[in-house]
Design a protein around this ligand. Structure first.
Ligand code: CU
Length: 633
């Protein structure tokens, strides 16, 4: 790698030194006669005054130059002139042929050229030439060791970035099933729930550690309400920090949405109320405080929200909660050596927290006893950043019956279903007596370049949950061939089009500003939104308040899992997605809804915008951005 370059500007220079062909190693291997020639060449090289390392990366050139310059200082430090045994040679350090000055002696650093000076008699010069040779050999050896260490470390880190827990999870713990949140009817006939956010302690496998939860130490109860019901949810904050609670996927007034405009201070109770008015669906709830969502969700604040609707629930599907119908909230956790939640971002990663420990409903190493022929799993990716591609270790098929906003028009059979952060899918799995299939996530199809893919969990394989079928299974109804009617929205009816580019922690080049309204939609209209991921990082686009439909993915009809109602959509890089969005009701010019990336680190960094829904002829107001400001009840 080392290559020497003669200084064409000096007498005797102008061509490459012959020693360069074999480098220092060759000189060291020469015979006695060759050694004399080699010494002469080295002396000539030294007298040429320069050595360069153009083949090395610039950083290593810097190391090499520093190393040799250090040696120079030792060897050529000013000293008293030697006894007059031979012709004195004055030390000369060339100046002025580079860009630097002062202590750099005019050395052009990028070329790795150094200057040397010659002192002493001919014997001394030869002695110093040998010394220099040894030092160079030593220096090069050191560099090689350093380079080797760097390559080794890089390889180690590269390989460590792959998480593969295949066959390594013991599945020794019964999967927790979140309780159904108790409710009561108030005097007005409204269904009232109570949520209390507080600190607690939870065990992720290495002893109990501090966590947050709703009505418990970690996660929260499942809220279940029916279409047409008036609901009230009292959210009491017993945490030491201000938080919010957002109802992800719920269609409701902006003042009840629980975004960053509705903080709940410690000790405060917030009581949003609305009428449930949407199809049966698997939704969820989680905090949404300005710039703090990632940590609050990661500590444990999340829960499932199931909507029932006589018109769109299908009785033939497994539907007995905790019997043949289970929430499966999947989260990855990064644990410290002490087993505590590590809130640090992943090494060199761009997506925030990526963990290697999987918790399902908070249970690490979970198994689920299955007592019926068919079981319905309501999969929720409640992770901060990780995407999954769920399937079974034995590649068995299963039916996807629902996605974010409700059931599909018909089940579709598959062996894999990918979910990005915030997305849900309801699947129905058929088991045989006594078998133990394992739900596993294989590398998700993120569509990223190899480097980003590896740093974003795109090469990871994770064992999630073991199903344990009992020996005598209760018969289940046959899977229906038709589920619900999902009317397709007509793009010809669109009142307008918008385009949103997600890139560099911003949307359309702008980061979240709580006082800026980015889009104003008119009530009773539909719009077509074009969404693109322009920076090659994984982004999961979430829209508050409304459920949308995906019109096209890369110009084509989307796959079956994107043909139902959606509120969260993974955006592969440089692929255009067109969605059609209905703005039906709940106008409020002053209080915005959010749209944002559901990779929570990205969201907190500002990859978020705001929209309002207004009456025809109405204009957006200016939202108040101060976190202390209160909107609504
Ligand atoms: Cu993102």
């Amino acid at each position: 790698m080392l290559r020497r370059r003669a200084d064409a500007a000096r007498p005797g220079g102008g061509h490459a030194c012959p020693a360069s062909a074999g480098g220092v190693r060759e000189a060291g291997q020469a015979g006695a006669s060759m050694r004399e020639t080699g010494n002469a060449l080295r002396r000539r090289w030294i007298e040429s005054g320069r050595v360069s390392f153009p083949a090395l990366p610039i950083s290593l050139q810097g190391v090499a130059v520093l190393y040799v310059r250090g040696w120079q200082k030792v060897q050529f430090a000013p000293r008293p002139p030697p006894p007059a045994r031979g012709p004195a040679v004055t030390a000369i350090v060339p100046r002025g042929h580079g860009t630097g000055s002062g202590t750099n002696q005019g050395l052009p650093r990028r070329s790795g050229v150094i200057s040397v000076a010659i002192l002493g008699s001919s014997d001394e010069r030869e002695g110093r030439g040998r010394m220099k040779n040894r030092v160079l050999v030593f220096g090069l050896s050191t560099l090689l060791v350093v380079c080797g260490a760097c390559v080794g470390l890089g390889t180690f880190v590269w390989n460590r970035l792959v998480v593969d827990t295949t066959g390594k999870v013991d599945f020794a713990n019964a999967m927790a099933v979140p309780t159904l949140a108790p409710s009561r009817l108030d005097a007005a006939g409204r269904r009232v729930f109570d949520l209390r956010a507080s600190e607690g302690r939870h065990d992720f496998g290495r002893g109990s550690v501090p966590t947050w939860g709703f009505n418990g130490a970690y996660l929260g109860p499942t809220i279940r309400a029916a279409r047409g019901e008036q609901v009230v949810i009292n959210v009491h904050n017993e945490l030491p920090e201000t938080t919010t609670v957002h109802w992800h996927g719920v269609h409701l007034p902006a003042t009840m949405d629980g975004g960053p405009h509705r903080p709940i201070a410690p000790g405060e109770t917030w009581s949003p109320a609305w009428e449930m008015d949407q199809p049966a669906a698997t939704l969820w709830y989680h905090p949404h405080p300005h710039g703090e969502t990632a940590s609050h969700v990661y500590r444990g604040l999340a829960g499932m929200f199931i909507v029932d609707d006589p018109g769109t629930s299908v009785a033939a599907l497994p539907h007995r909660y905790g019997v043949d119908d289970f929430p499966v909230i999947v989260q990855d956790k990064l644990l410290t050596d002490e087993g505590e939640l590590d809130e640090g971002r992943s090494f060199l990663g761009d997506v925030g927290i990526l963990g290697d420990t999987i918790a399902v409903n908070g249970t690490v190493g979970p198994y689920l006893d299955v007592t019926t022929e068919r079981v319905r799993l309501r999969l929720l990716n409640g992770s901060n950043a990780r995407s999954y591609e769920f399937g079974f270790a034995d590649d068995r098929g299963f039916a996807v019956v629902g996605t974010d906003g409700g059931l599909l028009s018909e089940p579709f059979g598959t062996t894999r279903i990918a979910l990005s952060p915030g997305e849900r899918a309801e699947i129905v799995v058929t088991v045989r007596p006594g078998e133990r299939p394992v739900l596993r996530s294989t590398p998700p199809p993120l569509g990223l370049d190899p480097l980003s893919n590896r740093f974003s969990g795109g090469t990871d394989t994770l064992d999630i949950l073991q199903l344990r079928a009992v020996d005598r299974l209760t018969a289940s109804e046959a899977l229906p061939t038709r589920l619900v009617r999902v009317p397709r929205l007509d793009p010809a009816q669109a009142a307008g089009r918008r385009s949103f580019r997600l890139s560099d922690r911003a949307i359309n080049g702008q980061r979240m500003d709580m006082t800026r309204v980015d889009a104003t939609a008119i009530k009773d209209t539909v719009e077509i939104w074009r969404l693109t991921n322009n920076d090659g990082s994984p982004h999961s686009f979430h829209l508050h308040d409304v459920q949308f439909q995906v019109l096209t993915e890369d110009g084509r009809t989307p796959p079956p899992q994107l043909l139902g109602w959606k509120d969260t959509l993974f955006l592969r890089p440089n692929v255009a997605y067109e969605i059609i969005v209905p703005f039906i009701d709940y106008t409020d010019p002053a209080v915005p809804y959010m749209f944002h990336c559901h990779v929570l680190y990205h969201e907190d960094q500002g990859m978020m915008g705001q929209f309002v829904v207004v009456e025809p002829g109405q204009h957006a107001g200016t939202p108040v951005g101060a976190p202390g400001h209160r909107h609504g009840p």
